[in-house]
Ligand binder design. Sequence first.
Ligand SMILES: O=C(O)CCC(=O)C(=O)O
Length: 256
Amino acid sequence: MIQDLESILDELEREGFILIPGALDPEQTEEIRVHINQARENGWEEGLNEVGNMWFDSLLDREPETFGPLVGHESIRPVLEGMMGPQCQLRSFRAHINPGPYHQEWHLDFYGYWQEKRRAEKYRLAVPPVGVNTTFYFQDNGPGIAHLKFIKRGHTFEPGHLEEDPFDRAKFEAWCEAQEHVVIHPKAGDCVVFISHIPHQGVKEDDDAERSNVVCHYQLTPMYEGAWFVSTARGYEGTFPFATDARPSRTPLKTG
Ligand SMILES: O=C(O)CCC(=O)C(=O)O
């Protein structure tokens, strides 16, 4: 339960992330953990990449009764609403399993953020798009098991080389390694809320540990199809979890 919302929002803005302990109760955590594993047994994954991340993009559509409650989940709703209000839009929904060794590349989910920000500055009415991740964990990521690492306040400055050489991974990794880091150890049921353009990296310290998570990406303004983001947008219909109809109800026109 969120106690002091304003200080949480301040921390998210200042540090680029916050950890909400116990966002899911143990029953819901277990139910979703089991369904993610079943999805793998069913062969529903989109792929397994070279750093050990298996991803699933279809679970919200396949099993909305299990996965739907994670969208704008009541435990994190005040944070999402406090940051974005009714314009908060679900951009994409992706589950992950790390079946074996896992050492994620340093990355920004919203790689194109700084590019879009520069673009927006050229136009009088344009505002840069921004993204927020809510990543739910289904196992304990304690020391010796796994962690999530951020570049300290890495949402406030542009990564070196990203503008001139966006595809030079070695340069980017070296730059990220040279920065100051913050390491966190989310537990089963915890949710990490973070600004989508903060550089981060998930790692398994114990190759044999079971590990899975679900990431809901939110955005504040619709982004054009080509914006450089880690996942593909779901589209428009049904993607505003907090919006209510703002139109005043119709009153008859006066005549005569
Ligand atoms: O903990 C992890 O494996 C990394 C999570 C991640 O990349 C994300 O939430 O976008």
